[in-house]
Structures are given as structure tokens and as C-alpha cells.
Design a protein around this ligand. Structure first.
Ligand code: BGC
Length: 511
């Protein structure tokens, strides 16, 4: 080999070394990047840990806060609101009733025909999205609702028989915290779930609607004003009399239950004639130091229109889960380049919605095609390798699992408060000595997209219920998915509270 050949060979070797060094450098960087995102995931898992021990602490805290909220006004972050619903539908209700359901992104009007003997002969529903500008500006909202209701009534009564009553009667489901002054009136305490119409806070929502109905010339009486949980309880109880509580896990989350009159200390004296009342817990605002809170929760809360408010809801409900996942992916993307350059979409609040989280979590294709599609279409992150897609699925899993398990702890908290968790009082499954006491069948009505439509969420919740209650007690606690309690339940309560039927249909709560 001549000098030229040696020089050439040396040059090639040097170039090969540079290429190799670049490649090694890249792969080291990639490995480091990967280690960093795995660390983010591990921190998330630690932060979201919901051991059975911790869930039991949440159960206890829920029961304690329930006591405190019932003892005095403002005694707890749990408002434990009176509903003045002392009696639930019996099944004997007859006639045509209307319902109006306002509380999420859509609002619905219903016409329900009840035939007695627990028979809902027919129900017609009209659904309309609420225009965005009405969710944040003045009380034009009520005029919009009244107009839609009037159009619906006219359409319906053209095609089917008109209501036989002197005045049409309406059950109004308004799914926000309301301080009730009777079963048909109450003032809005605050907005949740992204609504914020300042001039409506402190006003009687029933009266606002009634006035809007008169302005539109619609002769209709708001017979009951209820929370969606109360409608769900009414429908659940209509089908199964062992139903003692209702939980909603949808855009927002909340629960209500039947409480004994003597336990509602804050209104002693007011309830002398009835055995009990439905209490709207507004559990979305529950808080306890035992809740597993991560920096993502803190950031989400700080950026929300209602900081320090609805803490439990922000960890559990459909409005927020997608945004927690988005925040984790953003952090991963900032920590390393496994997602490529940081997509500007990752900075957009609420761009990743919970149904997308469910779709990614439940993607059972071998290549996780759905995950890739959502990352590309929604977050504008293309070409994500399979191992990174798996990471995204894991993030969805951690966030959803925590939510479902906390909701389960909340439900057991209610059961504990009313002595149906198998550990308290005479209804417990076992005594200290080990001898058995007969357990009572206990049904909780559940509604909302997370539980009804998101299989993994439902399975995690059910599993946590079994873990907390134990194998002896769990079979006595039944979670029943009801269908449209916030609509049909409102019509049922309008019927059972109607002046014309109240005597024949009274089913005072027996607890
Ligand atoms: C509201 C509750 C409602 C729940 C479910 C929460 O944001 O405060 O009143 O029951 O959402 O719709």
C-alpha cells in the first residue's frame, strides 16, 4: 500500500469513528431521554398511589366530613345541602310531566308519560348543545332554555295528547350547588364545570326560569328543583327500593343519599314531621390530606377558573382527567425528545378530552394505532414509536385508576356514614366477636359517562369497592347503572310532588 492508500484508509477510519461517535452519542442521548420519561412516569405512579390503606383513610375522612357538614353550616368543605325531598316516587305516579336538565355541555327537555305501577309509558327527549357564549355571559341562558322548552312543548302537544293537568308541571334538574329554600326553589351558590355567569350567583334559579317561561308565554309550573344526583336517586329508588344513594361520575361528580332527620343537626327543629331527607353532598368539593395529589393537580387547579375549589372533582371527573394526562405528556415532552419537538398543542388546556383518554387506554390493537392517531390528530405529535405509545397508555391508566379508586372510596365513605359498610353498628357484617349480623342489601344508583361507558374506569372502581369492603360485605353492595335519572328522575319527582297527586303518592323516606 502506498502513502496515498495509507492516508485514505486512515481518513476512512477517522470518518467511521466520527459516525460511530455520533451514533453512540445519539443512542446515549436517547437512552437518557427515555430514562427521564420513565422517571416522570414513576413519579406519577408514586404520586397517584391509592393503596387500600390509603383508600380506607379517604373513606374515614369522607365520613368525618359528612358529619361535620351536617353539624353546622360551613362546618366542612362538604356542603351537605338540604334538598327538602322527604319522599321519593312510589311507582304509582300517573300522567304527563315535563323535565328540564341543565348541567353539562348539553341541555335536554323531556316529556314523560307515567302509567302507574312503576311503568314509564313513553318519554320523548330533545337535546341541544348550550351555545358557548351562554355559559359565560348573563342570564340570557334562561331565555334560551325557555324558548327551547316552549318549542318542544308545542311540537309534542301537536303530535300527542296534551297534558291533562290544569297547568303543565316541570321537574327542573339544575346540576350545580344550590342552597334550596324548598323542594321547588333555591339560590345558586357557585358555578362548576366551566360555567361562570356571574350575575346568576345568589339568584333563585327556579324563579329565573319561571320568569323566563312567563316572558315566553308558556304556562308551566316548576314543581321541583333538583340536583342531577337527586333525580338519579329517585329513578334508582323507583326501580329498586333498596337504593339509598346516587352518584354521578360524568363531566362533574357528586353524590346524594338518604339521611335520617335526627342526623341533620344543622336544621334540627325544621324536620319534625319527617323521618329523613335526601342530602346533596356536593362531594366534588371534598378535600382531605389523604388524597394523593400530584404537581399536575396543583397546576390544573391553579389554572382553573375556580382554584381551591372542587378538589375531589378535579381528580375524578370527566372534565379534568384528559387535562391531567395532557399535563403529564407535556412534562415528558419537555424532559426529553421521545415525542419529538414539543408540540404547541400540548400547551392548550382541555384539548385532550377524557373520551380520548378512554379510547387510548382501551386501544387493543397490537400497534396501538388509536393512540398514534389521537397523538397525531389532536396533539399534532406524529410518528410516535411503539414504546412511547405504550408509555402514553400507562399514563392514561395511572390517572384513570386513581380517579376510579377515589370514587370508590367516596362511595364507601357514604356507606360508612349510614352504617352500611359492614363495619358499623347493627347493620355490620360481623361483630367484634366474629358472629354474623345479617347484612342489608344496599343499592347505589350510578350515572355518568365515566362509569357507564369507560370499561376500565368501571372495572377499577368495582375492584376497589371489593378491596375496601372485603369479600364478605361486597356482595351486599350493588352499584346499579340507571339510565337518565337527571331527566326521568326529575319528571318522577315532579309527579310525586305535584299538588294533585301528593296524597296518593307519598312515600316518606324510611331509613
Ligand atoms: C356539581 C354538582 C353536580 C355534579 C354532576 C358538579 O360539578 O357541583 O351539583 O351534581 O357536577 O353533574
Amino acid at each position: 500500500m502506498g502513502k496515498v492508500g495509507v492516508a485514505l484508509a486512515a481518513g476512512c477510519a477517522a470518518a467511521a469513528c466520527v459516525v460511530a461517535a455520533v451514533m453512540v452519542g445519539r443512542s446515549v442521548r436517547r437512552r437518557r431521554g427515555w430514562r427521564r420519561v420513565v422517571r416522570v412516569l414513576e413519579e406519577l405512579e408514586e404520586g397517584c398511589a391509592t393503596t387500600v390503606g390509603r383508600l380506607r383513610q379517604v373513606v374515614d375522612a369522607m365520613a368525618v366530613e359528612m358529619h361535620a357538614g351536617l353539624a353546622s353550616e360551613g362546618g366542612s368543605k362538604l356542603k351537605m345541602l338540604l334538598t327538602y325531598v322527604h319522599d321519593l316516587p312510589t311507582g304509582n305516579e300517573k300522567g304527563i310531566y315535563y323535565a328540564l336538565d341543565l348541567g353539562g355541555t348539553n341541555f335536554r327537555v323531556l316529556r314523560v308519560k307515567l302509567g302507574g305501577q312503576r311503568c314509564i309509558i313513553e318519554h320523548d327527549v330533545d337535546l341541544q348543545p348550550i351555545p358557548q357564549h351562554l355559559m359565560t355571559s348573563s342570564s340570557e341562558l334562561f331565555d334560551f332554555i325557555a324558548t327551547s322548552l316552549k318549542d318542544f312543548v308545542e311540537r309534542e302537544e301537536n303530535i300527542s295528547e296534551p297534558s291533562q293537568r290544569e297547568r303543565r308541571e316541570l321537574g327542573f334538574t339544575f346540576s350545580f350547588p344550590v342552597k334550596q329554600t324548598s323542594s321547588s326553589s333555591g339560590t345558586l351558590m357557585k358555578w362548576t364545570k366551566g360555567f361562570s355567569i356571574e350575575d346568576a350567583v345568589g339568584r333563585d334559579v327556579s324563579q329565573c326560569l319561571q320568569e323566563a317561561l312567563s316572558r315566553k308565554g308558556l304556562d308551566m309550573q316548576v314543581t321541583v328543583l333538583i340536583n342531577d344526583t337527586v333525580g338519579t336517586l329517585a329513578l334508582g329508588h323507583y326501580h329498586d327500593e333498596d337504593t339509598v344513594a346516587a352518584v354521578i361520575i360524568g363531566t362533574g361528580t357528586n353524590a346524594c343519599y338518604l339521611e335520617r332527620a335526627d342526623a341533620i343537626i344543622k336544621c334540627q327543629g325544621l324536620l319534625t314531621t319527617s323521618a329523613g331527607m335526601v342530602i346533596n353532598m356536593e362531594w366534588g368539593n371534598f378535600w382531605s390530606s389523604h388524597l394523593p395529589r400530584t404537581p399536575y393537580d396543583a397546576e390544573l387547579d391553579a389554572d382553573s377558573p375556580n382554584p381551591n375549589d372542587q378538589g375531589f372533582e378535579k381528580m375524578i371527573s370527566g372534565m379534568y382527567l384528559g387535562d391531567i394526562v395532557r399535563r403529564v405528556i407535556l412534562r415528558m415532552s419537555q424532559e426529553s425528545d421521545v415525542f419529538g419537538p414539543v408540540s404547541s398543542k400540548l400547551h392548550e388546556p382541555f384539548i385532550l378530552r377524557t373520551p380520548m383518554v378512554a379510547a387510548m387506554h382501551e386501544d387493543d390493537s397490537s400497534n396501538l394505532n388509536e393512540v398514534a392517531q389521537i397523538l397525531k390528530d389532536t396533539l399534532e405529535i406524529p410518528d410516535v414509536p411503539l414504546n412511547v405509545r405504550k408509555l402514553v397508555v400507562k399514563v392514561c391508566d395511572v390517572v384513570t385508576r386513581r380517579a376510579a379508586r377515589l370514587a370508590a372510596a367516596g362511595i364507601v365513605g357514604i356507606l360508612k356514614k349510614i352504617g352500611r359498610d359492614g363495619n358499623s353498628g347493627m347493620t355490620g357484617g360481623k361483630t367484634k366477636g366474629g358472629s354474623r349480623i345479617k347484612m342489608r342489601r344496599t343499592v347505589v344508583a350510578v350515572e355518568g359517562g365515566l362509569y357507564a361507558n369507560y370499561t376500565m374506569f368501571r372495572e377499577y372502581l368495582n375492584e376497589a369497592m371489593r378491596q375496601i369492603l372485603g369479600e364478605d360485605v361486597a356482595p351486599y353492595v350493588i352499584l346499579n347503572v340507571t339510565n337518565d335519572g337527571s331527566g326521568i328522575g326529575a319528571a318522577l319527582l315532579a309527579a310525586s310532588h305535584s299538588a294533585s297527586t301528593i296524597t296518593e303518592n307519598t312515600n316518606f323516606i324510611v331509613i
